[in-house]
Design a binder for this molecule. Structure first.
Ligand code: ATP
Ligand code: SF4
Ligand code: MG
Length: 364
């Protein structure tokens, strides 16, 4: 666990600015629902997920283990495998060149192949999952580069591989190394460089720094921010570590039981979390710039998604639940306070049509 960071909204590469400068949206996700269908009750691991990603923006996705983060990432990239099935919704990708929008949920394998690497790429938690252990790094980069640019010679592709490795702080001569000859942090940085090799517009990253130490984590995040600034790609960055996202992301989506329960800028979620779950997550990390206080954490455990609770899925753990929370599922509603699309929350406390006159006093 790392200490809690204060989001730096003055930093020059803040995505609210870069997204505005770049203009437009790169991705519209609407009503995305993904289930694991295993014979018994289906596990609805993503339920009605809706968000927009702007060009050049870093959207962080945080939530406890089992909240559906990886399911979302694999669905976004259409890399999910059975028993996962996308049962509803759309993922509309808008190419930078103004070409026709593509719904990734229904796109043909040929369309998806054309988009992978050049428009859309992924960084996984374990670099070994992305790198081929029996190929030199340079050969893997050359493969990706030459698949999408048939005019590129082998020598030029290897030279480009060395340049790409240098952008993530790895000496170009390591292009001749096999993955097992690098440290874990170097492999992770190499897999980020590989994901960026063909200049994608969107990179999705699933816990890319979980396997490395805090120092390496800082270096990798700094490189992601720097590369985003120079190359302008958008990122969906998944982690269970909210404090890390407060520093890195422009906006943050909080997931609970497969649903987005709050979405806002890093500053909004840090200063004024609206959902009791977000507040609990925030208060689970020690503050870096304020006196230490007792960490409260969130009592209870996430629900079994085969049989999610009725009503608001957080109600069995919620310290602020009140009458009706166990019966009514709150929708994600935008308050309109954010300058980049609205601070949205799915909690009846913020629904003007509901009056929380009776509080149940939270979980027993
Ligand atoms: N192959 C599978 N079959 C059935 N259920 C699955 C399968 N894979 C994941 N799930 C369920 O889907 C839910 C979401 O899992 P997912 O891996 O997306 O969570 P996560 O937020 O990425 O968790 P973590 O932080 O541990 O990586 C969990 O309840 C999990 O048990
Ligand atoms: S809807 Fe009710 S139970 Fe759910 S988070 Fe809000 S107050 Fe808590
Ligand atoms: Mg995961």
């Amino acid at each position: 666990m790392v200490a809690q960071f204060v989001p730096d909204t003055d930093r020059s590469d803040a995505g609210t600015t870069s997204a505005r400068e770049a203009g437009g949206d790169v991705l519209h996700v609407s009503g995305l629902t993904v289930e694991y269908v295993t014979g018994g009750d289906p596990v609805r691991a993503c339920a009605d997920v809706t968000f927009t990603l702007r060009r050049g923006e870093i959207l962080g996705v945080a939530g406890e283990s089992g909240s559906g983060k990886s399911t979302l990432i694999t669905a976004l990239t259409r890399l999910q495998r059975p028993p996962a099935v996308t049962t509803a919704g759309s993922i509309v990708f808008h190419p930078r060149d103004g070409g026709p929008a593509v719904d990734l949920v229904t796109a043909s394998p040929k369309t998806l192949r054309a988009l992978r690497w050049t428009s859309l790429s992924i960084v996984l938690q374990s670099a070994m999952d992305a790198l081929n252990p029996v190929m030199r790094l340079g050969a893997q980069f050359a493969d990706a580069l030459r698949t999408h640019d048939r005019t590129l010679s082998k020598d030029d592709a290897w030279a480009r591989a060395a340049e790409l490795l240098a952008t993530v702080g790895i000496s170009g001569d390591r292009a001749r190394s096999y993955p097992h000859e690098l440290s874990g942090g170097m492999r992770q940085r190499a897999s980020i460089a590989l994901a960026l090799a063909c200049g994608p517009e969107l990179v999705v990253m699933d816990e890319p720094t979980t396997a490395v130490d805090v120092v390496m984590q800082r270096q990798i995040l700094a490189q992601v921010l720097r590369l985003r600034r120079t190359l302008g790609f958008a990122v969906v960055f998944v982690t269970h570590d909210l404090s890390l996202l407060l520093e890195l992301a422009d906006r943050i989506a909080i997931m609970y039981a497969g649903r987005i329960v709050e979405l806002g800028t890093a500053r909004e979620l840090y200063d004024d979390p609206l959902h009791p779950y977000t507040r609990g997550l925030r208060d689970s990390f020690p503050p870096l710039h304020a006196p230490l206080t007792r960490l409260t954490g969130i009592p209870g455990t996430p629900p079994d998604l085969r049989r999610p609770p009725s009503g608001c899925p957080f109600h069995p753990r919620c310290p602020r639940r009140f009458e009706g929370c166990d019966a009514h599922l709150p929708e994600l509603v935008t308050s309109g306070r954010s300058d980049v699309g609205g601070h949205a929350v799915a909690c009846r406390l913020h629904d003007p049509t509901v009056r929380p006159e009776t509080t149940a006093g939270g979980p027993a």
